[in-house]
Design a binder for this molecule. Structure first.
Ligand code: DGP
Length: 113
């Protein structure tokens, strides 16, 4: 996807601090961390939001969720972490390439839910 910053990171055209990569996903440190540990898990294929995915394409989310405990363990998040997916304007999504935030490394702030 042209002009998508995360597609450029996936392609290696923009540098990032990668912490995990396989055939389907990449995980790298957020440039503007909101916690001591803040990593983004990004499908390599471009989808702006969940609404763009069909059932077969959504398999990558299953894969990502199944890899997150391993990624979290490599980040030292044995005491827990929070996952966030922002979808669209009301959620404040700023990068329109679907991604899962992993936040941890500290006691996190008050929960919204
Ligand atoms: P969201 O608001 O859910 O769309 O979060 C987008 C996140 O992406 C935000 O926390 C900052 C991060 N981000 C934006 N541009 C870059 C970048 O070029 N590199 C990295 N590592 N993170 C970025």
């Amino acid at each position: 996807m042209e002009n998508c910053i995360f597609c450029k990171i996936v392609a290696g055209e923009i540098p990032s601090q990668k912490v995990y990569e396989d055939e389907e996903i990449v995980a790298f440190k957020d440039v503007n961390p909101q916690a001591k540990v803040h990593v983004l898990v990004v499908p390599k294929q471009h989808f702006a939001t969940l609404a763009e995915m069909n059932l077969a394409q959504a398999e990558v989310l299953k894969h990502a969720m199944m890899r997150i405990p391993f990624i979290a363990s490599t980040l030292g998040l044995g005491n827990g972490y929070r996952l966030i997916v922002n979808q669209g304007a009301d959620a404040g999504q700023t990068v329109h390439h679907l991604h899962i935030h992993i936040l941890g490394g500290q006691t996190l702030g008050e929960k919204m839910v």
